[in-house]
Design a protein around this ligand. Structure first.
Ligand code: FAD
Ligand code: NAP
Length: 313
């Protein structure tokens, strides 16, 4: 049923930034409402082991995010399964329209909508999405048991995806457009040592090849970036791991953005170009993009929101 609910602080997003903002603003007695979005727990729910969350040598990404949600709830935050489809920041209280029909009004908003996987933008990639083309090895890797797969990308995500896929696939070819990876050295080391992995350096992917009936992938067409030489790499699965773009769609015409869509915040704070609107995590960070930095910014956003509201009271 359509209803309108008012809150002092509305937090949009349930990754490390959103949940940390919820913990801090709940402890500041601001009774925050957090709307989770389509990916409760955020990006870490599509990975396996996280080895750089302080205090945990190994923790599974989805488990960590369940713990963060429980923590936010235990501190008194209201965590709601819903999706914000539009946001009006032109006047206060700010208004957010949710898919459920609920309208939220808020004195302050913390944006923590994170980032989403980037795609190559090829028509053939679009055609086979869900039928051999994926951006999530954790979600889809199991389907490629005993088959060959290709991963494209050279960052931490691509290397992690490639290593994870070696649990299922007979061979994993990593295609990268340069001759060195940007992934952490420890990850590169594991990749280079894995006998199931082959790397195709200095190649781009021009096309995903496959069949109509059944709809499925049979190979990717790779091109040497300097010589132009073409290599078709046989595979049943093609995993795109070329980074993530900030999820700033909700605010792109309302807030100042920079670096290709990241929400701009004042240096050393989470204040955006509209007073009372704060941004944290991957949505605003084109440099670090880690769980721990996102959580740190979530904390900052809650403290910034608290001070902003106290200044008004
Ligand atoms: P996200 O985790 O991106 O969460 C965004 C949230 O916003 C989601 O809950 C989504 O549902 C919600 N949302 C979006 N739009 C809306 C809307 N309109 N309405 C409501 N909610 C919305 N970092 C590490 O430090 N260590 C790692 O080992 C590590 N491994 C990774 C592995 C993979 C495969 C990936 C993809 C990333 C990894 N990262 C890792 C990076 C880390 O996951 C991110 O830096 C971190 O999750 C960002 O947190 P965030 O809170 O900013 O946003
Ligand atoms: P990323 O670090 O931005 O790397 C993206 C990779 O894709 C780069 O190697 C890039 O090539 C390549 N690429 C980009 N566009 C391309 C295109 N159109 N065609 C072909 N290749 C393309 O992204 P990410 O790996 O998703 O990582 C995002 C953030 O999350 C990073 O900060 C990362 O540290 C973090 N993360 C951390 C962990 C961890 O700590 N274990 C795990 C996963 C992610 P170039 O190198 O040539 O630019």
């Amino acid at each position: 049923m359509a209803e309108t609910r008012h809150t002092r602080v509305l937090i949009i997003g349930s990754g490390p930034a959103g949940y940390t903002a919820a913990v801090y603003s709940a402890r500041a007695m601001l009774n925050p409402i957090l709307v989770q979005g389509l990916q409760p727990g955020g990006q870490l729910t599509i990975t396996t082991e996280v080895e750089n969350w302080p205090g945990d040598t190994h923790v599974m990404g989805p488990d960590l995010m369940v713990r963060m949600e429980e923590h936010a709830r235990a501190m008194g935050a209201e965590v709601i399964s819903d999706y914000i489809s539009s946001l009006d920041l032109s006047k206060r209280p700010f208004t957010a329209q949710a898919d459920s029909g609920t309208t939220y009004t808020a004195d302050a908003v913390i944006l923590a909508t994170g980032a989403q996987a980037k795609w190559l933008g090829l028509p053939s990639e679009e055609r086979f999405k869900g039928f051999g083309v994926s951006a999530c090895a954790t979600c889809d890797g199991f389907f490629y048991r005993g088959k060959e797969v290709v991963v494209i990308g050279g960052g931490n995500t691509a290397v992690e995806e490639a290593l994870f896929l070696t649990n299922f696939a007979t061979k994993v070819t990593l295609i990268h457009r340069r001759d060195s990876l940007r992934a952490e050295k420890i990850m590169q080391d594991r990749l280079f040592k894995n006998p199931k992995v082959e790397i195709l350096w200095n190649h781009a992917v021009d096309e995903v090849l496959g069949t109509d009936e059944p709809l499925g992938v049979t190979a990717v067409r790779a091109r040497h970036v300097e010589t132009g030489a073409i290599t078709d790499v046989p595979c049943a699965g093609f995993f795109v791991a070329i980074g993530h773009a900030p999820a700033s769609e909700l605010v792109k015409d309302q807030l100042e953005l920079h670096h290709g869509g990241y929400v701009k915040v004042e240096a050393g704070s989470t204040r955006t170009s509209i007073p009372g609107v704060f941004a944290a995590g991957d949505l605003t960070d084109h440099v670090y993009r880690q769980a721990v930095t996102s959580a740190g910014m979530g904390c900052m956003a809650a403290l910034d929101a608290e001070r902003f509201l106290a200044g008004e009271d």
